[in-house]
Design a protein around this ligand. Sequence first.
Ligand code: HEC
Length: 150
Amino acid sequence: MITLLIVILVLVAWLMISKNRRQENVTVATHGNALASQYCGSCHLFPEPQLLDKKTWRDGVLPNMAMRLGMRMPGQDPFKGMDTVEIGLVRSLNVYPEQHLISQGEWQQIEDYYTTRTQRTTATASRNSHPIRPATIPGATYLYRGHPVT
Ligand code: HEC
């Protein structure tokens, strides 16, 4: 009898935990998605989290995009590697604002959204991506005047 009771209790607890988890996931998805559409989509098209793997979002893209919304990690310098002329231009265009344009809480939700709904590995990322290279399109030229992307 006691064993049955324990089994039922464990089952109920497990059901409650898994229901909570599902709700948490839904919250991250809907709030994160709405915030990402609003903020990330204000400068360019809204990028789907599945485009990149977790590491690339977390360590590559998001810290850079955060600086464009006035958020900087301690010690992070958006002007690193630029010469004085470029720094002047970038500053005057306010590419990296000094003030936060988004709250810490909202940023956290965007970050959670992008790092929980990604591709699992870089291997999948490269398998699924189909980079468009001008070299493969007859008659096309580079629009970007910097170094060609390799
Ligand atoms: C203030 C404008 C602005 C906001 C806000 C912004 N981006 Fe960007 N994003 C840019 C610009 C400009 C580039 C091109 C940067 C470059 O080529 O160095 C870019 C490039 C990218 C790229 C291409 C990869 C790269 O590093 O060049 C991705 C992916 C991206 N943004 C995702 C996001 C996400 C996700 C958000 C929201 C969290 C976001 N962006 C918010 C301006 C913005």
